[in-house]
Design a protein. Structure first.
Length: 577
């Protein structure tokens, strides 16, 4: 991630080089040992390498740490090295070194977020179903996926967004036939009415054998390209994409209609994909279907689990579509990294698709394929969040309620603002609260949707971070254009804030690599709380120079870092609240 010379804003590369040199000097036979560094309450950083070295050398880890510490003489980077505990090496940086890194960070438009080696990264996320309202079940894939593409783009990667919508197959035969009966596409209706039409079609399909037979024939017409059927289908697609686009706009999601690559996109490729798998000896007949049996996937009784690529009736399911999409993304989009932001229940299915892709030679060592699973959004009863009638909660209703609730809490904080400004801030706070509540928890876990906690102005919430940013901006406006000076870091709280700010670049790198947005949220919350401690202990506007200029510089850099971090999560940072 970027260069590793002493001009890096991140202090860790310089520390690692000094530790490596000291280790080699103390124990030449252990050259190349990779030191593990982390922040510490006892010093600026703590190195954890003596324990492992002690085991290999059969020596007391404290003795090993002391021997390395003796080689860590104070220099332009290190002020002090000491040994603690069972063999930890505590490292204290020179304040001048930290200040120099902070000055470089402030002068960098990217705030020290280093560019990675660019890759083409395909990110599959959101994936709603056509002819249905987007609901809370689509929230996590949409919000997590968009945060990840923002982070990866910030690193300089070429991102290809893929919205793999459900827009094909048997359900559309039912809907198209019902629409034909109703003499229209529903073009004058919205997606909510289309949902009602779909439910009516489903009921008719179950109750009327004649309609069911016509619906099956309609599927054949759709798949064979019958123009009248395609016209009905296109009308439904247009309504659905318009609905999704309106939700994306309200949530600040960067998906666009051009990013849609639904199941229909791969329809013509499915026979070719199956033929290729058969030619490579990977797909074979099984109980009338054509299946792939990737090694390592077995049922409860040890029998191989099939991935069905052609059904008994000659049709294709979503496994075949997923394989076609995988092949297309690698061969045609030249993906070097594939990221699937898909719920945890699909873990085995995707693992089998990826395994088949490797067997077919589509996924090579040059391609990284990753499933980004996530848990569910739960209501107060710890069950799936739904409406009172038991239906999935529409995202439009969720956003409306979030903004309505946010208007009340914003009015308490910013009652002096004009109604238009207050309304805009409430929209930002409401949407930000929804997204941050989702992103701040470990994505693999379920989380409980709690309005009171989400909209609180204290704790690890979006309103707390947004308010911290707005408060700093207010302070800087009160400075009346006074110039900020170089950081001095005389007080412990100044030093703590400076060290926290320098974590931005490494945090972005770790988050983009691990695909875990809660790491970024944790950093932002720690930064905001560290700033609060600094602000309470270190007067800014009333301080004398050079402390005043130094502290203004820290305030400005903190505001910029909070704004950038929130933006990487897709959350606004209002200038005032």
């Amino acid at each position: 991630m970027g260069s590793s010379d002493d001009s890096d804003i991140d202090p860790l590369p310089a520390l690692r080089r000094r530790l490596e040199a000291a280790t080699q000097a103390a124990f030449p036979e252990e050259a190349g040992t990779d030191p593990l560094l982390h922040r510490s309450a006892h010093a600026d950083y703590q190195a954890d390498l003596a324990l492992a070295l002690g085991r290999r050398l059969e020596r007391n880890p404290r003795e090993v740490a002391a021997a390395i510490g003796e080689k860590l003489a104070p220099d332009e980077v290190l002020a002090e090295a000491s040994v603690s505990g069972p063999g930890f090496i505590n490292l204290t940086l020179r304040p001048e070194f930290i200040a120099g890194r902070l000055a470089a960070m402030a002068a960098d438009p990217a705030l020290g977020v280093a560019a990675a080696t660019p890759e083409t990264v395909v990110v599959d996320y959101s994936a709603p179903n056509v002819a249905k309202e987007m609901h809370v079940g689509h929230l996590r894939s949409t919000v997590i996926g968009d945060a990840l593409v923002r982070l990866l783009e910030r690193q300089g990667h070429r991102i290809v967004r893929q919205n793999h919508i459900g827009d094909w197959g048997t359900p559309f035969g039912m809907l198209m036939e019902h629409l034909a009966d109703e003499q229209g596409t529903g073009g004058e209706a919205g997606v909510r009415e289309l949902g009602a039409l779909y439910r009516a079609a489903r009921a008719k399909f179950d109750a009327d054998p004649a309609f069911a037979e016509r619906a099956r024939r309609r599927v054949v017409l759709l798949q064979s390209g019958d123009e009248a059927t395609l016209a009905l289908w296109r009308g439904v697609i247009e309504i659905s994409i318009a609905h999704c686009s309106s939700i994306y706009e309200r949530l600040g999601i960067t998906l666009r209609p051009a990013d849609v690559a639904g199941e229909s996109h791969y329809n013509q490729l499915l026979p070719e994909v199956v033929a290729e798998l058969e030619a490579k000896g990977l797909a074979r007949p099984s109980e009338g279907a054509i299946c792939v049996f990737p090694p390592g996937f077995t049922g409860r009784e040890g029998q191989p689990v099939p991935l069905i690529v052609r059904k008994q009736d000659g049709g294709y399911g979503y496994a075949t579509t997923d394989l076609a999409a995988l092949r297309h993304r690698v061969r045609d989009l030249a993906a070097e990294r594939l990221v699937y932001v898909v719920g945890a229940p699909q873990t085995q299915h995707l693992a089998m698709v990826f395994a088949t892709g490797r067997l077919a030679g589509w996924i090579t060592d040059a391609v990284r394929v990753e499933h980004v699973p996530f848990g569910s959004v739960l209501g107060p009863d710890k069950k799936m969040l739904k409406t009172r009638s038991g239906e999935p909660l529409p995202l439009s209703a969720l956003i409306d309620e979030a903004i309505e609730r946010a208007e009340k809490v914003v009015a308490e904080k910013a009652g002096e603002l004009d109604p238009q400004a207050r309304s805009a801030i409430a929209a930002a706070v409401g949407v930000g609260a929804i997204k941050y509540a989702d992103l701040s928890s470990d994505r693999i876990k379920d989380y409980v949707f709690d309005w009171n906690r989400m909209l609180a102005f204290d704790g690890n919430t979006a309103p707390y971070l947004m308010y911290a940013h707005a408060r700093i901006r207010s302070l800087l406006r009160k400075a009346e254009g006074a110039g900020a000076g170089p950081p001095v870091l005389a007080a412990p709280e100044e030093r703590a804030l400076g060290l926290e700010l320098l974590q931005l670049g490494p945090t972005v790198a770790r988050t983009a690599e691990s695909l875990q947005p809660h790491r970024m949220c944790g950093f932002l919350y720690q930064l905001a709380t560290t700033f609060t401690a600094f602000y309470e202990s270190c007067p800014v506007l009333k301080a004398e120079e050079p402390a005043r200029g130094s502290r203004l510089a820290l305030c400005e850099l903190t505001a910029r870092t909070l704004a950038l971090g929130l933006d990487l999560l897709g959350i606004a940072a209002p200038e005032q609240m």
